[in-house]
Write a protein that binds this ligand. Structure first.
Ligand SMILES: N[C@@H](CCC(=O)N[C@@H](CS)C(=O)NCC(=O)O)C(=O)O
Length: 221
């Protein structure tokens, strides 16, 4: 943790440790080597300052030095990589590749997230819909397996924003029923996921920050 003295001009990120959207935002902010004040919160106790900036009340929220508020994880990822993109995650992408990356992320958010939530809830509450929802999720997982087989990564033959955007969601999927996932017929997805989860970047992104309270100083990401 860096001491935040004189840090008042840095952007502020309201974040939740295990929220997949906040996780993907933190990944992009780390990848872009941005210095950010991080305010770790809980959903049960959303800070007024966050709600004033973003009344919709979801995390992540990034408040830029000029007061601009970014309240969608994908917008935060884009902003970060527009500031600095040392791994050419955006810069290398041709316009049509870029479109494909955005389209895949959007489709994942639209078509995978809901069945994933239902699958997690079915498992947690021992509902008999667990298999149905897992199979719904698997339709998207099968596509990702095929993409990894064809290209090595989700879009094209190098890691892109799409890969990073999905890490937290695939992690959730793999953790619902670890025993089943260990034997599931998705070898490429499993290797891809375990590589990402074992990376130094992932460990840095998951570093725990003390919950923010207005009297206390914040940490920097
Ligand atoms: N579309 C938003 C979704 C963010 C989102 O739904 N975050 C959840 C936590 S993982 C949240 O803040 N929910 C608000 C609540 O449950 O009160 C994004 O991509 O940033």
């Amino acid at each position: 943790m860096i001491e935040p003295s004189g840090s008042h001009n840095f952007p502020i990120l309201y974040s939740l440790q295990n929220c997949p959207y906040a996780m993907r935002a933190r990944l992009a902010l780390l990848l872009s080597e941005q210095t950010i004040i991080i305010r770790a919160i809980t959903l049960k106790n959303k800070p007024l300052a966050m709600l004033e900036a973003s009344p919709k009340g979801t995390v992540p929220v990034l408040i830029l030095a000029d007061g601009t508020v970014l309240e969608e994880s994908i917008d935060i990822m884009h902003w970060a990589l527009k500031q600095n993109d040392p791994n050419s995650l955006l810069a290398q992408a041709q316009p049509d590749t870029h479109q494909a990356i955005i389209a895949l992320i959007q489709r994942g958010d639209d078509q995978f997230k809901h069945p994933l939530e239902q699958y997690r809830a079915a498992k947690r509450y021992h509902r008999d819909t667990e298999l149905k929802w897992r199979q719904q999720c698997e339709m998207f997982i099968q596509e990702l397996e095929q993409r990894l087989t064809d290209n090595g990564f989700f879009i094209g033959n190098s890691i892109s924003l799409a890969d990073y955007a999905f890490i937290p969601f695939l992690r959730q999927f793999g953790r619902v029923d670890r025993k089943w996932f260990a034997t599931a017929p998705y070898p490429k997805v499993k290797v891809w996921l375990s590589t990402q989860l074992q990376s130094k970047l992932y460990a840095r992104m998951m570093k725990k920050h003390q919950l923010w309270s207005q009297e206390e100083q914040c940490c920097l990401l």
